[in-house]
Write a protein that binds this ligand. Structure first.
Ligand code: ATP
Ligand code: MG
Length: 271
Protein backbone atom coordinates (compact mmCIF):
# COMPACT_ATOMS: atom_id res chain seq x y z
CA UNK A 1 0.00 0.00 0.00
CA UNK A 2 1.23 3.44 -0.87
CA UNK A 3 1.07 6.14 1.79
CA UNK A 4 1.43 9.53 0.16
CA UNK A 5 1.86 12.71 2.19
CA UNK A 6 0.95 15.99 0.54
CA UNK A 7 3.37 18.37 2.24
CA UNK A 8 5.23 21.61 1.86
CA UNK A 9 7.31 23.85 4.02
CA UNK A 10 5.29 26.86 2.97
CA UNK A 11 1.63 27.33 3.92
CA UNK A 12 -1.28 28.14 1.64
CA UNK A 13 0.27 26.57 -1.45
CA UNK A 14 -2.66 24.28 -2.28
CA UNK A 15 -1.90 21.12 -0.27
CA UNK A 16 -5.46 20.49 0.91
CA UNK A 17 -6.89 21.33 -2.52
CA UNK A 18 -4.42 18.91 -4.04
CA UNK A 19 -5.11 16.13 -1.50
CA UNK A 20 -8.89 16.27 -2.01
CA UNK A 21 -8.89 16.46 -5.77
CA UNK A 22 -6.06 14.03 -6.34
CA UNK A 23 -7.78 11.49 -4.08
CA UNK A 24 -10.99 11.97 -6.04
CA UNK A 25 -9.22 11.51 -9.40
CA UNK A 26 -7.37 8.39 -8.24
CA UNK A 27 -10.56 6.86 -6.83
CA UNK A 28 -12.40 7.67 -10.07
CA UNK A 29 -9.66 5.80 -11.91
CA UNK A 30 -10.48 2.72 -9.83
CA UNK A 31 -7.87 2.82 -7.06
CA UNK A 32 -9.16 2.06 -3.60
CA UNK A 33 -8.25 5.37 -1.99
CA UNK A 34 -8.32 6.68 1.56
CA UNK A 35 -8.11 10.43 2.05
CA UNK A 36 -6.89 11.37 5.53
CA UNK A 37 -6.99 14.83 7.02
CA UNK A 38 -3.86 14.79 9.14
CA UNK A 39 -3.95 18.55 9.64
CA UNK A 40 -5.56 19.44 12.99
CA UNK A 41 -6.80 22.58 11.19
CA UNK A 42 -9.23 20.21 9.44
CA UNK A 43 -9.11 21.84 6.00
CA UNK A 44 -10.20 18.74 4.11
CA UNK A 45 -13.35 18.53 6.18
CA UNK A 46 -14.00 22.26 6.01
CA UNK A 47 -13.71 22.11 2.21
CA UNK A 48 -16.08 19.17 1.91
CA UNK A 49 -18.75 19.54 4.54
CA UNK A 50 -20.24 22.43 6.52
CA UNK A 51 -20.63 20.05 9.46
CA UNK A 52 -17.08 18.67 9.26
CA UNK A 53 -16.25 19.62 12.82
CA UNK A 54 -18.94 17.23 14.02
CA UNK A 55 -17.22 14.20 12.50
CA UNK A 56 -14.93 11.91 14.41
CA UNK A 57 -11.76 11.02 12.53
CA UNK A 58 -8.04 10.38 12.78
CA UNK A 59 -7.79 11.75 16.30
CA UNK A 60 -10.45 9.38 17.64
CA UNK A 61 -9.00 6.36 15.77
CA UNK A 62 -5.43 6.94 16.89
CA UNK A 63 -5.83 8.56 20.30
CA UNK A 64 -9.04 6.90 21.54
CA UNK A 65 -9.06 3.57 19.72
CA UNK A 66 -12.33 4.18 17.85
CA UNK A 67 -12.62 1.47 15.15
CA UNK A 68 -11.44 2.55 11.70
CA UNK A 69 -14.72 1.57 10.01
CA UNK A 70 -16.69 3.71 12.42
CA UNK A 71 -14.70 6.83 11.55
CA UNK A 72 -14.01 6.34 7.83
CA UNK A 73 -16.72 8.17 5.88
CA UNK A 74 -18.28 6.76 2.73
CA UNK A 75 -18.42 8.97 -0.37
CA UNK A 76 -20.30 8.96 -3.67
CA UNK A 77 -17.46 6.82 -5.03
CA UNK A 78 -17.26 3.22 -3.77
CA UNK A 79 -13.49 3.46 -4.13
CA UNK A 80 -13.06 6.53 -1.90
CA UNK A 81 -13.37 6.89 1.85
CA UNK A 82 -12.38 9.86 3.98
CA UNK A 83 -11.02 10.06 7.50
CA UNK A 84 -11.54 13.58 8.79
CA UNK A 85 -9.21 15.25 11.31
CA UNK A 86 -11.58 14.51 14.20
CA UNK A 87 -12.92 16.52 17.08
CA UNK A 88 -9.68 17.52 18.75
CA UNK A 89 -10.32 19.49 21.96
CA UNK A 90 -8.37 22.76 21.72
CA UNK A 91 -6.47 22.02 24.94
CA UNK A 92 -5.32 18.70 23.41
CA UNK A 93 -4.01 20.01 20.07
CA UNK A 94 -0.38 20.48 21.09
CA UNK A 95 -0.28 17.08 22.84
CA UNK A 96 -1.83 15.42 19.77
CA UNK A 97 0.66 17.12 17.43
CA UNK A 98 3.61 16.21 19.65
CA UNK A 99 2.46 12.58 19.76
CA UNK A 100 2.67 12.34 15.97
CA UNK A 101 6.19 13.74 15.69
CA UNK A 102 8.34 10.60 15.94
CA UNK A 103 6.50 8.87 13.09
CA UNK A 104 5.46 5.68 14.89
CA UNK A 105 1.99 6.68 16.04
CA UNK A 106 0.25 6.07 12.69
CA UNK A 107 1.66 2.58 12.12
CA UNK A 108 -1.42 0.69 13.47
CA UNK A 109 -3.69 2.98 11.43
CA UNK A 110 -1.75 2.20 8.23
CA UNK A 111 -1.84 -1.51 9.09
CA UNK A 112 -5.65 -1.41 9.35
CA UNK A 113 -5.89 0.46 6.04
CA UNK A 114 -3.62 -2.09 4.34
CA UNK A 115 -5.76 -4.94 5.72
CA UNK A 116 -8.79 -3.11 4.31
CA UNK A 117 -7.29 -3.46 0.82
CA UNK A 118 -6.57 0.21 0.15
CA UNK A 119 -4.21 0.85 -2.76
CA UNK A 120 -3.28 4.32 -1.62
CA UNK A 121 -3.67 6.53 1.44
CA UNK A 122 -3.37 10.26 0.80
CA UNK A 123 -2.58 12.42 3.83
CA UNK A 124 -3.09 16.15 3.90
CA UNK A 125 -0.50 17.53 6.32
CA UNK A 126 -0.03 20.85 8.09
CA UNK A 127 2.50 23.19 6.48
CA UNK A 128 6.09 23.05 7.70
CA UNK A 129 8.45 20.13 8.13
CA UNK A 130 8.26 19.83 11.89
CA UNK A 131 5.75 18.42 14.41
CA UNK A 132 3.06 16.16 12.93
CA UNK A 133 4.32 16.67 9.38
CA UNK A 134 7.79 15.45 10.32
CA UNK A 135 6.27 12.31 11.87
CA UNK A 136 4.04 11.71 8.86
CA UNK A 137 7.00 12.11 6.50
CA UNK A 138 8.92 9.61 8.60
CA UNK A 139 6.11 7.07 8.34
CA UNK A 140 4.87 7.49 4.74
CA UNK A 141 6.28 5.75 1.69
CA UNK A 142 6.11 8.86 -0.53
CA UNK A 143 5.60 12.60 -0.49
CA UNK A 144 4.23 14.92 -3.14
CA UNK A 145 5.14 18.59 -2.77
CA UNK A 146 2.78 21.24 -4.15
CA UNK A 147 4.75 24.36 -4.93
CA UNK A 148 3.20 27.71 -5.64
CA UNK A 149 4.51 29.52 -8.70
CA UNK A 150 6.16 32.49 -7.03
CA UNK A 151 9.74 33.62 -6.38
CA UNK A 152 9.84 32.42 -2.74
CA UNK A 153 8.92 28.95 -3.95
CA UNK A 154 12.39 27.96 -4.96
CA UNK A 155 13.95 28.67 -1.57
CA UNK A 156 11.38 26.69 0.37
CA UNK A 157 11.54 23.90 -2.20
CA UNK A 158 15.29 23.46 -1.77
CA UNK A 159 14.87 23.38 2.02
CA UNK A 160 12.21 20.69 1.60
CA UNK A 161 14.43 18.61 -0.69
CA UNK A 162 17.36 18.92 1.76
CA UNK A 163 15.11 17.82 4.62
CA UNK A 164 13.89 14.77 2.67
CA UNK A 165 17.49 13.86 1.76
CA UNK A 166 18.39 14.06 5.43
CA UNK A 167 15.51 11.72 6.34
CA UNK A 168 16.76 9.26 3.74
CA UNK A 169 20.30 9.47 5.10
CA UNK A 170 18.93 8.47 8.50
CA UNK A 171 16.77 5.71 7.07
CA UNK A 172 16.97 4.42 3.49
CA UNK A 173 13.32 3.45 3.62
CA UNK A 174 12.15 6.93 4.59
CA UNK A 175 9.61 8.51 2.30
CA UNK A 176 10.77 9.42 -1.15
CA UNK A 177 9.85 12.51 -3.11
CA UNK A 178 7.52 11.41 -5.89
CA UNK A 179 7.46 14.87 -7.40
CA UNK A 180 6.69 18.54 -7.23
CA UNK A 181 3.48 19.90 -8.68
CA UNK A 182 3.25 23.58 -9.51
CA UNK A 183 0.12 25.24 -8.23
CA UNK A 184 -1.73 28.48 -8.86
CA UNK A 185 0.26 28.81 -12.05
CA UNK A 186 -0.48 31.15 -14.89
CA UNK A 187 1.42 29.62 -17.81
CA UNK A 188 1.11 32.82 -19.88
CA UNK A 189 2.84 35.02 -17.32
CA UNK A 190 6.56 35.50 -17.94
CA UNK A 191 7.51 35.19 -14.23
CA UNK A 192 5.72 31.85 -14.01
CA UNK A 193 7.71 30.55 -16.97
CA UNK A 194 10.97 31.67 -15.31
CA UNK A 195 10.07 29.95 -12.02
CA UNK A 196 9.18 26.73 -13.84
CA UNK A 197 12.49 26.85 -15.75
CA UNK A 198 14.40 27.49 -12.54
CA UNK A 199 12.72 24.59 -10.71
CA UNK A 200 13.46 22.29 -13.64
CA UNK A 201 17.09 23.45 -13.57
CA UNK A 202 17.62 22.57 -9.91
CA UNK A 203 15.54 19.39 -9.72
CA UNK A 204 15.83 16.30 -11.90
CA UNK A 205 13.17 16.79 -14.63
CA UNK A 206 11.39 13.56 -13.68
CA UNK A 207 10.64 15.09 -10.29
CA UNK A 208 8.52 17.88 -11.78
CA UNK A 209 5.03 16.83 -12.80
CA UNK A 210 3.97 17.81 -16.31
CA UNK A 211 0.52 18.58 -14.92
CA UNK A 212 0.54 22.18 -13.73
CA UNK A 213 -2.42 23.39 -11.66
CA UNK A 214 -3.66 26.75 -12.92
CA UNK A 215 -5.03 29.48 -10.70
CA UNK A 216 -8.75 28.94 -11.16
CA UNK A 217 -11.73 30.42 -9.33
CA UNK A 218 -13.43 27.02 -9.68
CA UNK A 219 -11.32 25.91 -6.67
CA UNK A 220 -13.03 28.45 -4.42
CA UNK A 221 -16.43 27.65 -5.93
CA UNK A 222 -15.95 23.92 -5.30
CA UNK A 223 -14.77 24.59 -1.76
CA UNK A 224 -17.84 26.77 -1.07
CA UNK A 225 -20.09 24.00 -2.39
CA UNK A 226 -18.20 21.36 -0.41
CA UNK A 227 -17.23 19.17 -3.33
CA UNK A 228 -14.22 18.06 -5.37
CA UNK A 229 -13.77 19.94 -8.65
CA UNK A 230 -14.79 16.86 -10.61
CA UNK A 231 -18.30 16.94 -9.12
CA UNK A 232 -19.12 20.49 -10.24
CA UNK A 233 -22.24 20.27 -12.37
CA UNK A 234 -23.68 22.57 -15.01
CA UNK A 235 -21.55 22.34 -18.12
CA UNK A 236 -18.14 20.88 -18.83
CA UNK A 237 -15.87 20.20 -15.82
CA UNK A 238 -13.52 23.13 -15.13
CA UNK A 239 -10.14 22.67 -16.86
CA UNK A 240 -8.40 22.29 -13.49
CA UNK A 241 -10.47 19.12 -12.78
CA UNK A 242 -8.92 17.58 -15.89
CA UNK A 243 -5.45 18.63 -14.74
CA UNK A 244 -6.02 16.64 -11.53
CA UNK A 245 -6.91 13.62 -13.70
CA UNK A 246 -3.64 14.15 -15.59
CA UNK A 247 -1.76 14.43 -12.28
CA UNK A 248 -3.36 11.16 -11.10
CA UNK A 249 -2.30 9.42 -14.32
CA UNK A 250 1.30 10.68 -13.97
CA UNK A 251 1.33 9.60 -10.34
CA UNK A 252 0.19 6.08 -11.24
CA UNK A 253 3.19 5.72 -13.52
CA UNK A 254 5.64 7.14 -10.96
CA UNK A 255 4.30 4.96 -8.15
CA UNK A 256 4.12 1.84 -10.27
CA UNK A 257 0.43 1.55 -9.55
CA UNK A 258 -0.20 -1.10 -12.14
CA UNK A 259 -3.32 -0.46 -14.16
CA UNK A 260 -5.36 -3.66 -14.39
CA UNK A 261 -4.76 -5.10 -17.89
CA UNK A 262 -8.44 -5.19 -18.80
CA UNK A 263 -8.66 -1.40 -18.50
CA UNK A 264 -7.56 -0.86 -22.12
CA UNK A 265 -9.93 -3.46 -23.45
CA UNK A 266 -13.53 -3.04 -24.44
CA UNK A 267 -15.58 -2.84 -21.25
CA UNK A 268 -19.29 -3.47 -21.56
CA UNK A 269 -21.55 -1.23 -19.52
CA UNK A 270 -24.25 -3.88 -19.68
CA UNK A 271 -23.47 -6.86 -17.49
N1 ATP B 1 -5.37 26.40 -8.21
C1 ATP B 1 -5.97 27.29 -7.41
N2 ATP B 1 -6.61 28.36 -7.92
C2 ATP B 1 -7.20 29.28 -7.11
N3 ATP B 1 -7.23 29.20 -5.77
C3 ATP B 1 -6.61 28.15 -5.21
C4 ATP B 1 -5.95 27.13 -5.99
N4 ATP B 1 -5.44 26.21 -5.13
C5 ATP B 1 -5.76 26.61 -3.90
N5 ATP B 1 -6.46 27.77 -3.93
C6 ATP B 1 -6.95 28.54 -2.78
O1 ATP B 1 -5.81 28.95 -2.03
C7 ATP B 1 -6.07 28.83 -0.64
C8 ATP B 1 -5.02 27.87 -0.03
O2 ATP B 1 -5.25 26.57 -0.57
P1 ATP B 1 -5.12 25.28 0.35
O3 ATP B 1 -5.93 25.42 1.58
O4 ATP B 1 -5.35 24.11 -0.52
O5 ATP B 1 -3.56 25.40 0.71
P2 ATP B 1 -2.77 24.64 1.85
O6 ATP B 1 -1.38 24.52 1.37
O7 ATP B 1 -3.48 23.39 2.21
O8 ATP B 1 -2.85 25.67 3.06
P3 ATP B 1 -2.38 25.39 4.58
O9 ATP B 1 -0.88 25.51 4.58
O10 ATP B 1 -3.06 26.47 5.37
O11 ATP B 1 -2.83 24.01 4.96
C9 ATP B 1 -7.49 28.34 -0.49
O12 ATP B 1 -8.31 29.45 -0.29
C10 ATP B 1 -7.80 27.69 -1.85
O13 ATP B 1 -9.17 27.77 -2.16
MG1 MG C 1 -4.15 22.72 4.09
Amino acid sequence: MITLAISSLKGGVGKSTCAINLAFSLAKRGWKTLLVDADPQGSVGLSLSPSAQAYIGLYEIVASGVPFEQAALKTKLDTLKIVMAGKIPSQEISKWCASLQDGTRLAPFFKTAAEGGYDIVILDTPSGLHGPTEGILRSCTHVLVPQQCEPLALRSLMMTVDFLNQLQTENEEACSLVGVVLTMADPDVEDTKKIVEEIKRVLPPELVFQAMLPRDSAVIHASMKGMPLGLIRGGAPPPIALVFDQLAAELEAKLDLVVPPQSDEYVSLVV
